[in-house]
Ligand binder design. Structure first.
Ligand code: BGC
Length: 325
């Protein structure tokens, strides 16, 4: 009997592990503890995967001792309607606080109104709502980074190269821009401010190609391959709004027989471990650290402060950091 019970509990434990990895929801912590509902725009995103793991680890760390927290993280699968339902479920389950990585920043007002009606504080992360939306309620905040800074750092990394970005020496920095989804301010600002930094340094630029890669590695590879096939040695720089797309771009650059640092430059943002290795080995010119650990910790700290009824600011900004060899 004892053996059978042991077997049964083993099977149940295994089932819950399988569910943790295979389902679109992960919950850790004790029942009866303070409940934190976390809505992520899509689990299938390299950067947001690191971010949500850091967030979960931090809550678990804090949960030791006399403080008990339970975190439930759900996958919006890139679908705002799905995410809005998930927020409704969090509200119906009376979670204490919601941390939300919006699918569409334009849905912030709807989510804020729902949380306000239920008096559940909401902390937005990663995808910044407008100042107007953040002003809708005092138990709302945004924890993130200023994407203008990451774009500026990308431009500066290129301006600081030996040839000031003009690796083919034709007098102008001709570039390819691979963007995230255009609704996201991170994509808008990185695109704009990377080029502005070059122009502010007195460097002339020419855009050859600008396409959305939606933050994904495969898209980064496909688009870079197309750009290289169309513009060849005219291209000086490939700017990618994030590292996942830069990893794809790096594959396409190698496949086209081009060499970073010798006949082309490549920059991303995030400082994913794989990208840092490419910077180290010279296969990427640089990247910009998007500090997911600091952002995740801040988001949780602000969420707990909001639950305690403490005053919270509208914006908490974590600095980006330039990464070159
Ligand atoms: C990151 C991207 C990520 C996006 C998701 C950005 O800040 O740099 O890697 O895909 O956030 O919204």
């Amino acid at each position: 009997m004892k053996i059978r019970l042991k077997l049964l509990s083993y099977i149940l434990a295994m089932a819950s592990i399988v569910c943790l990895n295979g389902c679109n929801m992960q919950t850790t912590g004790d029942e009866g503890a303070m409940d934190i509902g976390v809505a992520i725009y899509k689990f299938d995103d390299n950067f947001m995967t690191l971010y949500r793991n850091a967030l979960e680890n931090y809550v678990n760390e804090l949960s030791k001792g006399d403080k008990a927290y339970r975190v439930t993280i759900v996958d919006g699968k890139g679908d705002q309607a799905e995410q809005t339902n998930q927020i409704d479920t969090f509200i119906a389950n009376k979670v204490d606080v919601i941390i939300c990585n919006l699918v569409q920043a334009s849905s912030a007002a709807t989510i804020i109104q729902k949380c306000k009606s239920a008096n559940i504080p909401v902390i937005f992360i990663n995808r910044e709502p407008t100042a107007e939306d953040l002003a809708l309620w005092d138990r709302v905040s945004y924890v993130g980074a200023d994407a203008r800074q990451s774009g500026k750092f990308q431009g500066e990394i290129i301006a600081e190269t030996e040839t000031k970005g003009d690796i083919n020496g034709d007098g102008v920095v001709s570039y390819v821009m691979i963007t995230g989804d255009p609704e996201n301010v991170d994509a808008q600002y990185r695109t704009e401010f990377s080029i502005k930094a070059l122009n502010d340094a007195g460097i002339q630029t020419k855009e050859l190609f600008n396409q959305r890669g939606d933050w994904a590695q495969e898209r980064g590879q496909e688009l870079t391959a197309t750009a290289l096939a169309n513009f060849g040695s005219e291209i000086d720089v490939i700017f990618c709004n994030n590292d996942a797309m830069a990893l794809g771009a790096s594959q396409a650059i190698t496949a086209a027989g081009r060499t970073v640092g010798k006949d082309i430059y490549l920059v991303g943002v995030d400082a994913l471990e794989e990208a840092q290795s490419l910077v180290e080995s010279g296969k990427m010119t640089g990247t910009v650290l998007n500090d997911h650990v600091a952002q995740a910790k801040k988001a949780v700290d602000v969420a707990l402060q909001a639950v305690d009824g403490g005053m919270i600011e509208k914006n908490y900004t974590i600095d980006y950091v330039k990464i070159t060899k």
